[in-house]
Design a protein around this ligand. Structure first.
Ligand SMILES: Nc1nc2c(c(=O)[nH]1)N=C(CO)CN2
Length: 194
């Protein structure tokens, strides 16, 4: 268990298209290595999971994982987001592909207990439809991620590495948010053999 989950970043990883002849699982593994090599010392990764594409039928099954790492000294959320975008592009991610198809998707879920851009805006934005959120914050610097509490393919892996992290707005822990999801959603998130 990490000493202080409040000073950690939480990252969600997902991929459902092969990249350079390698299956999604290999891309996710490389992305984790890239994150460590780029300065996220002490990064810890979840197990890998096979998950049905959301929305249903929009593409092949995903491989999803999550990672947690202490925020490196002097780094802010914008620098972290820049790094995630860099690693996505290195692994063939283009920003115009269809929503259900990704060679690699790295989402910054949270940066410690930061609420960005600020509490009042977060309260307003997080209730908006996802398309409207993306329009208002194209760089996705709404933190915590507005859909963090909704998705089993995010919360099940995240509970492997940060079950006790608490959402700074709602006060709910990762394991509480996971347990609030429909059992059927959780059952669909299947651990892959190591
Ligand atoms: N199961 C699953 N479905 C998705 C995912 C994902 O990571 N996992 N990411 C998406 C685009 O961000 C769209 N749909």
């Amino acid at each position: 268990m990490l000493a202080d989950v409040d000073s950690c970043i939480l990252i969600a990883l997902g991929a459902n298209l092969p990249q350079a002849g390698e299956p999604p699982q290999a891309t996710v593994r490389r992305a984790l290595d890239d994150l460590s090599a780029a300065g996220l010392a002490g990064l810890r990764a979840s197990r890998f999971y096979a998950t049905p594409c959301f929305p249903a039928g929009a593409g092949p099954d995903y491989v999803n994982a999550a990672a947690v790492a202490p925020v490196p000294a002097g780094w802010d959320a914008a620098r972290l987001l820049g790094l995630l975008h860099d690693i996505e592009s290195r692994h063939g991610r283009t920003r115009d592909t269809r929503w259900g198809m990704r060679t690699l998707d790295l989402d910054l879920l949270a940066c410690g207990a930061a609420i960005l851009p600020d509490r009042a805006t977060w309260d307003h934005w997080h209730d908006l439809p996802p398309a409207e959120q993306s329009r208002l914050a194209p760089d996705r610097l709404i933190l915590p991620h507005p859909r963090l509490q909704d998705r089993a393919f995010v919360l099940v892996p995240l509970a492997d590495v940060a079950p006790d992290w608490r959402h700074p707005v709602t006060g709910r822990s990762v394991s509480e948010m996971r347990d609030a999801l429909p059992a059927r959603d959780i059952a669909e998130v299947r651990p892959l053999p190591a």
